[in-house]
Design a protein around this ligand. Structure first.
Ligand SMILES: [Mg+2]
Length: 213
């Protein structure tokens, strides 16, 4: 029986397209570095490589990684501004159906968040759109490991068995397969209708969860 549901944030609870790159450009501009779209995109891609290489988010480690990777000499202020701007200035609207379903699910299950970024940033984003209150714990990868490291999911098994946990997210590798590998259940948010024949349990619209859960 499922007791806990663990949600991914990006492109699950909050959608984004190019906003990350725009945030990075804004930070570069504020710190007087070249801030073309490509400069922001390079940081976006470098952070992706950081996640593939390292187990935790740490400010100085991330800074050193980006500077080595991109041959830049950014200062720690850039990382601090990234955490701040993503947390405070990036307000995406959330789907009204999502609020409705969180209301429904929170009456039946303990809801949590597991996200690959700094906890402070992600918590503020969820607060800004009014949905942080639904989650018992919001866990970034400065507190737990970066997904799909097994220990990232196992953070939630202090007081529950893996098979009492359900992970919901939009990426097979980091949300679904990683959670299944540690014995959790997993549901893939397939909002682009691209994973219907993959054999994973999927849903396309939030309302469907009322039938499933
Ligand atoms: Mg995601």
């Amino acid at each position: 029986m499922i007791k806990k549901i663990i949600f991914d944030v990006d492109n699950t609870l909050m959608m984004f397209d190019k906003q990350y790159v725009e945030c990075y450009q804004e930070v570069l501009k504020k710190n007087n570095y070249p801030c073309r779209y490509e400069d922001g995109l390079k940081i976006y891609q470098s952070i992706g490589r950081y996640e593939d290489t390292v187990q935790r988010y740490e400010r100085e480690k991330l800074l050193n990684f980006i500077n080595d990777d991109l041959k830049t000499s950014y200062t720690l202020q850039v990382i601090d501004d990234l955490i701040d701007i993503i947390g405070n200035k990036w307000i995406n609207k959330v789907d009204s159906y999502l609020v409705d379903i969180l209301e429904y699910l929170s009456s039946k299950y303990e809801l949590n968040v597991l996200t690959n970024w700094f906890t402070e940033s992600q918590t503020k984003r969820l607060e800004n759109v009014g949905i942080a209150k639904y989650f018992k714990e919001i866990v970034g990868s400065d507190i737990s490991d970066i997904k799909p490291n097994p220990n990232s999911y196992l953070y939630f098994t202090k007081d529950a068995l893996p098979n009492e946990c359900l992970m919901i997210g939009d990426r097979i590798e980091t949300d679904i397969q990683g959670a299944l590998d540690v014995g959790m259940h997993a549901l893939l948010y397939d909002y682009k209708h691209q994973y219907q024949d993959t054999g994973y349990d999927t849903f396309i619209e939030w309302q469907q969860l009322k039938d499933i859960l």
